[in-house]
Design a binder for this molecule. Sequence first.
Ligand code: GUN
Ligand code: FE
Length: 426
Amino acid sequence: MKTIYKANILYTKDKSRFEVMENGYIAVDSDGRVTGVATDLASLDSEGVQVVDYGDCLLIPAMNDLHVHASQYRNQGLAMDLELMQWLQRYTYPEEMKYADEEYAEQMYRRFVRDLWRFGTMRSCIFATIHTESTRLLMRLLQDAGMGAMVGKVAMDRNCPEPLAEPVGEMVSGFESLVEEYSGLVRPIVTPRFVPSCTPQMLHACGQLAAKYQLPVQSHLSENREEMATVESLEGTWYGDAYDRYGLFGQTPTVMAHCVYTEGSELDLMRQRGVMVAHCPTSNLNVSTGIAPIRRFLDEGIRVGLGSDISGGHDLSMLRTMVYAIQVSKVRYQQDHSQLPLTLSEAFWMATKSGGSFFGRVGSFEPGYDFDALVIDDSDLRLASHPCGTKSDRYSLQERLERYIYLGDDRHIVHRFCCGKEIMKP
Ligand code: GUN
Ligand code: FE
């Protein structure tokens, strides 16, 4: 059964501009895929098809979060007074240790999944913890909600408190039990936490899992100078190469968070292998890592999406993350005029089509894409025009989207779709 949705449609085919259709139509087939998008119903093969009319609402692709730690949800908005390595030891690892307790995990993960839903994030790349059972629980909650996710049982076995160091064999068997159970919209992703917390044996095992099951990989890369020096001294090579040696750098689809200091050979290898950057602007600010050179990455053909990085980042909203991405790029521009600030369409494209590409054909309304969408009622953001005013007083559709991105929140989202299915509050 096909459905056609009518609304004011905005999306980005290309990063440089918005596609805008006033009173447009999107046809979606029974598999949840977009089959056509048009301004006139007649061109869409609409005979006998149900048309759902969202009136004057905006219809945009749903949000994709390429990097978020579900297990740090309690620490959101806390503990921003230390830099990365000390922050991990002092605040983050003690919190993650609590996930040995499945009751605690369930309480936190329920809240996390509900809030992802609230903010319209229909796909995410998630770090859980080393704990297999609480990771399984998180996967079940996401699956029950109908939202898409790649969920990482975290691999780590050094430079951390003893309860968070899991023997390699246990990591592998726990991970494989999740692979057996989940292969659909919610699926496992190989997740070495980062090189400083994984022995060569652990990194090797991660690479083997990715190759054996042809699974994607996520981790952290070149986030902080102290971290990078630790990698050099442990592995005797540059950061990206330390992953690459173990088959963890684009041999299967790979996303690396941060890349604040990525350049030279590391950047070349990322381009060559299609390794994606998860840009986490709030985290760049909060743990004082510095601002990733996203303009340069885009100019050089590196794939980039956006991540909230809770709890290094403090905001789960991808709208707000877009705004921060633009704002931090302006700070960088002030220091280096050769790197122009990000535009609104570029930030939107990173949160939708570019980030979505990690999950498949996700994040656009072009035919063949999964219908992941948000219906936005922004009527309270539209100031009444002057009674004597003309049409030009009204906000254009693109201006309405801009105001929604800067000023709106979850309360403006009236419907959410993932893969063609409406997703109700979990
Ligand atoms: N590097 C290793 N672990 C983490 C983490 O939990 N958050 C951030 N921002 N960086 C990391
Ligand atoms: Fe992170």
